[in-house]
Design a protein around this ligand. Structure first.
Ligand SMILES: [Zn+2]
Length: 94
């Protein structure tokens, strides 16, 4: 089916992410290109000096390594950030 005009839920968000790992997790990604949609995203967690921070990440289906996902729209992120977060190894709170 082809959508001629976006409805209430708009376009389904998708992004292409290269599997390259997250620096603080110290594991290199495999370089695969992944088409990611909102259901694939997981919140990544790190601790700053005073606060915990979250950003969007994805786990590669080919190697199991996490990578960060940039430019996730707020409407997608607001649902993702409620999920169980994965700690990325960064802790500056000490
Ligand atoms: Zn990978």
């Amino acid at each position: 089916m082809k959508v001629l005009k976006d409805g209430k839920f708009g376009k389904i968000w998708k992004a292409v992410v290269k599997c390259k790992g997250i620096k603080s997790m110290d594991v290199a990604g495999c370089g695969a290109e992944l088409e990611v949609e909102s259901a694939d995203l997981v919140p990544m967690l790190w601790y700053g000096t005073h606060f915990a921070h979250k950003y969007a990440g994805v786990k590669c289906v080919q190697c199991g390594v996490y990578s960060a996902v940039k430019d996730v729209p707020d409407s997608v992120w607001s649902k993702v950030k409620a999920k169980k977060a994965v700690f990325d190894g960064t802790d500056e709170s000490i």
